[in-house]
Design a protein around this ligand. Structure first.
Ligand code: AP5
Ligand code: ZN
Length: 216
């Protein structure tokens, strides 16, 4: 399966991505995670990306397209892949089409997770992530068994730098302006599957599995 996950910040893309990749045994490719890893390691790419990420802005298209091109060329993508947080602009979507065309492959489905804007800020500001394995929790909606500790690896949980309220507002604005047009883009290509993200995490995943079965 070759899948793209679309949806506003906080819709549950990362949460569902963990489940999808484990179900279909495909790599999870998150541009946000790749950029944050570079930032942590202070690579030139990470330092460049930080200027944008801290402000809630998108990193320039050329930088992320290059990341994706390299990643899709790796061997583990032969069986398929899940793109999470990419593409995010029409330019990135067109560049992705070109990369896939060169590779002589195409997407199977684009899953658009829909959540009302009023719920997103609470979801993001309550998010906590494991420092060790990257698993995602929520202080209210998906709390770990022991406060501040990961259920899977007992790692410490932290809050993302860009999950502070003011930055979140900017990210939501950027989503509406830059990323929302992709819904039409993929609808026209007949790839779009709409997912109701306002159900329990398990119910959202059930809906995703049903829609993916239809898309195969
Ligand atoms: P990125 O890391 O991609 O973040 P995002 O798109 O803003 O998405 P989030 O990770 O915030 O949300 P999510 O949908 O994954 O939600 P989650 O599952 O965690 O991007 C960060 C930055 O990197 C960008 O601002 C940009 O600067 C840069 N960047 C990345 N990609 C780029 C690109 N392609 N081009 C340019 N720049 C790029 O869920 C949120 C919370 O809700 C969690 O706490 C979770 O436990 C909870 N939750 C999940 N599902 C449910 C549910 N069903 N019910 C209740 N709670 C739920
Ligand atoms: Zn962990």
């Amino acid at each position: 399966m070759r899948i793209v996950l679309l949806g506003p910040p906080g819709a549950g893309k990362g949460t569902q991505a963990e489940k999808i990749v484990s179900q279909f045994t495909i790599p999870h490719i998150s541009t946000g995670d790749i950029l944050r890893k570079n930032l942590k390691e202070s690579t030139p790419l990470g330092l460049k990306a930080k200027e944008y990420m801290d402000k809630g802005l998108l990193v320039p298209d050329a930088l992320v397209v290059e990341i994706i091109k390299d990643r899709l060329a790796q061997e583990d993508c032969v069986r398929g892949f899940l793109l999470d947080g990419f593409p995010r602009t029409v330019t990135q979507a067109k560049d992705l089409d070109n990369v896939l065309k060169e590779m002589k492959i195409s997407l199977d489905a684009v899953l658009n997770i829909i959540v009302d804007a009023s719920l997103l800020i609470d979801r993001i500001t309550g998010r906590r992530i494991c420092k060790n394995c990257g698993a995602t929790y929520h202080v209210t909606f998906n709390p770990p068994k022991t406060k501040g500790k990961c259920d899977i690896c007992n790692g410490e949980l932290y809050q993302r730098e860009d999950d502070k309220k003011e930055t979140v507002k900017k990210r939501l604005e950027v989503y509406t302006k830059e990323t929302q047009p992709l819904i039409d883009y993929y609808q026209q290509k007949n790839l779009l599957e709409t997912i109701n993200g306002q159900q329990s995490i398990d119910k959202v995943f059930e809906e995703i599995k049903e829609k993916l079965q239809g898309a195969r």
